[in-house]
Design a binder for this molecule. Structure first.
Ligand code: RIB
Length: 330
């Protein structure tokens, strides 16, 4: 497999994480004495960039940090991951982004993001980052709309394939300004925001995907359905496929979607086979939800292959795992 240069233009945060047995009601104070809090590197863009790097991609990350201790810590982490940090900029005035994350016992989370410096990423920064000559451009929507639109315009102009993870979604985001997209991937709630359709049955997934295909010019729509798997819609052929999830005990689902979309993109860039890319991503996301935190839960390619081999050996729900073993052993 040849090494592709993937330019991730997106967000970086420090995650302030608290685990709890249940969410407090309005006006209630809950004491969780035995459950510690932690500060973990996160941000949808950074989580994906680290996933690309751990899979072996030539990863370039363009983002904006604050000129502060958190920014310094994050940059050092990206350097250690082998990410190209030349296009990581600092804003003197605004602090590094921070996400407050509450994780319940069932692994589900609620997240509030203070975007801080992420919102100062400018068109000039985007122009500069394209001088790395990427083979693919990957973005989420956690940076200014203008930055996303400018990067999409440049990618389209240069004929560079564009991959969009549609989180976090906003009804008024101008999807029509993104131009040609290789894969557009929302999760369930993002899908509902953009289409008004809850993707809770195969029929509704198809309705939502057809609606999305009228809003964006994408080759594939991939709807992430969490523990229900993923729905793939091939827009040109009007074909769809459902890929089941892997059955695992979830400890923390934070960043599972970021990891899923990054791994799907990485594998798709290698083999152009959307179904096997989604199966691979499903195994990567399953591995991640058994671990705590955002970037701390991202598996390496070798770990995902090992997970799949163990599944195949146990002959247990092994459809997705088979695809990983077949690709991974090349
Ligand atoms: O998708 C999970 C991520 O969303 C967290 O790491 C948090 O920083 C927010 O960006």
């Amino acid at each position: 497999m040849s090494k592709q240069r993937i330019l991730v233009i997106s967000s970086a945060n420090i995650d302030f994480v608290q685990r709890m047995r249940r969410m407090p009601y309005s006006g209630e104070t809950v004491i969780e004495n035995e459950l510690m809090y932690s500060y973990i590197p996160g941000g949808k863009g950074a989580n994906s960039a680290i996933a690309f790097a751990r899979f072996g991609a030539d990863t370039v990350f363009a983002c904006k940090l604050g000129h502060d201790a958190n920014g310094k810590r994050l940059r050092a982490i990206y350097d250690r991951e082998g990410i190209d940090t030349r296009y990581i900029y600092e804003d003197e005035e605004t602090p590094t982004g921070l996400a407050s994350i509450l994780v319940e016992d069932n692994g589900k989370n609620r997240i509030i993001v203070y975007p801080g410096a992420n919102m100062t990423l400018s068109a000039d920064d985007i122009e500069d980052s394209f001088t790395c000559y990427p083979d693919a451009v990957y973005m989420q929507l956690e940076i200014p709309d203008e930055a996303v639109i400018e990067a999409a315009r440049r990618a389209n102009e240069a004929g560079i394939p564009l991959f969009i993870d549609a989180g976090p979604a906003r009804l008024d985001f101008p999807l029509d300004k993104l131009g040609k997209i290789e894969i557009f991937s929302p999760n369930e709630s993002e899908c509902r925001i953009f289409t008004g359709v809850t993707p809770n049955t195969e029929e509704n997934c198809l309705r939502a995907a057809i609606r999305l295909s009228s809003l964006v010019e994408a080759k594939y729509i991939v709807i992430k359905l969490g523990d229900k798997g993923a729905f793939i819609y091939d827009v040109g052929k009007r074909e769809y496929f459902t890929v089941p999830s892997e059955k695992v005990e979830a400890v923390d689902t934070t960043a599972a979607g970021d990891i899923f979309t990054a791994v799907m993109t990485y594998v798709y860039l290698q083999n152009k086979d959307i179904v096997s890319a989604v199966k691979y991503a499903t195994c990567a996301a399953a591995t991640s939800v058994t671990r705590e935190g955002a970037s701390t839960s991202i598996p390496t390619r070798a770990e995902v292959i090992a997970y799949a081999k163990a599944k195949v050996a146990a002959d247990n729900d092994k459809d997705n795992a088979d695809a990983v073993v077949a690709e991974g052993d090349e």
